[in-house]
Ligand binder design. Structure first.
Ligand code: AMP
Ligand code: MG
Length: 351
């Protein structure tokens, strides 16, 4: 049985949070909102509890988890050393949508790290998440609260859809602010490396510490047989049931091409979804058109992206055509998720 509770995101009832904290301390699973996406949490220090996460999600055991903490000093308990750049990153971006990879200390059970000698740590800013971790007094391992392979959940209804009956409690704390998962940065090398783009952008990191590398896997399909540094990046992800195609190029040509492709699919008897923006939605007369956000404010696109992918599933479309977006700032995270949802299928129009 899953208990579902609703909490005020600004001022959550601490008695209810303590009930959730007790479930974690007793070895149970709690799904809760964070500023990125909803997470499915267990006590990181209890290997049996952590194991339940993999079972509930259907997550491959070789995909390590992120440990969530509430106090800066806790970082030093779970890692061997904290490089100077990491301190600057913490000061700038924690609490917030940034995960850093360090060499792990011995007290972190290896089930969290898929047997690797590194561990991923994040301090979320969402008040419900932060209070829950603080009151429980333990690190909380929490991947996204979706069934493995499905788009990450950005509201409680998505979690209920995927995990009702598979976890002990689901906390409904409204819509997530960022909408895509945290930026993952490997701090163990000479120059920090972005393994997964997110709400803390490459540009923001460069401003804070001077330089950062971007792992090639962020931009393209992992070649067969390659073992990416963030094991999760090799899996098919964020996928709705429909086939997704991204149409890239000059925006005017893109909208024209999507109209042509839609017509073509409709003639074949297919149901077509179009992922459009405020700027372009009026151009589409046919198909199921959903506005993902405003091109002038790309953070709105990040926030709605996963929900729109789930909406297309609810409408039962066979094919989705999405407009492409830029790769700068939050655009890098948007395109990374969209390309994975599309299985890297794209139509590139010549300028
Ligand atoms: P999720 O929690 O589902 O958003 O996924 C967490 C991401 O962080 C996955 O892509 C993991 O592979 C990655 N990750 C977690 N721990 C590590 C680690 N120690 N080294 C590299 N990547 C990691
Ligand atoms: Mg995930």
């Amino acid at each position: 049985m899953t208990k579902i509770i609703k909490l005020d995101r600004e001022n959550p009832d601490v008695n209810l949070i303590d009930e959730a904290a007790k479930i974690l301390l007793d070895g149970g699973l709690v799904a809760f909102p964070t500023e990125t996406v909803y997470g499915i949490g267990a006590n990181s220090l209890n290997p049996d509890a952590v194991k339940k996460i993999f079972i509930a999600k259907g997550r491959p055991q070789d995909n390590p988890l992120i440990l969530h903490i509430a106090k800066f000093e806790d970082l030093y308990r779970y890692v061997k050393s904290v490089p100077k750049n990491a301190v600057i990153m913490m000061e700038n971006f924690w609490p917030g949508p940034l995960t850093m990879i360090f060499e792990k200390s011995d007290i972190v059970p290896s089930i969290n790290t898929a047997g690797m000698n590194t561990v991923a740590i994040r301090m979320p800013s969402n008040i419900i998440a932060h209070t829950l971790i603080e009151r429980a007094g333990i690190p909380v391992s929490a991947p996204s609260a979706n069934l493995s392979g499905k788009p990450s959940p950005t509201e409680a209804s998505h979690v209920i859809n995927d995990l009702n009956g598979r976890v002990d409690m689901i906390i409904d704390g409204g819509k997530c602010d960022v909408g895509v998962e945290s930026t993952v940065v490997d701090m163990t090398g000479e120059v920090p490396t972005i393994l997964r783009p997110g709400g803390i952008t490459k540009e923001m990191i460069i401003k804070a510490i001077g330089s950062v590398k971007v792992d090639p896997i962020v931009y393209k399909k992992p070649p067969n047989g390659l073992k990416p540094k963030a094991p999760g990046m090799k899996y098919k992800h964020y996928s709705p049931d429909a086939e997704v195609y991204i149409v890239k190029g000059n925006l005017h040509d893109v909208t024209k091409k999507i109209q042509e492709l839609t017509e073509f699919q409709l003639n074949k008897g297919k149901k077509v979804g179009i992922m459009a923006t405020e700027q372009t939605c009026k151009k589409y007369q046919k198909g199921e058109v959903i506005v993902v956000g405003d091109r002038e404010r790309p953070e709105t696109i990040a926030k709605n992206l996963f929900n729109v992918l789930r909406e297309f599933d609810k409408k039962g479309v066979d094919v989705v055509y999405s407009e492409g977006f830029g790769y700068d700032e939050i655009g890098l995270a948007i395109m990374n998720r969209l390309e994975k949802a599309a299985g890297y299928k794209e139509i590139i129009l010549k300028e």
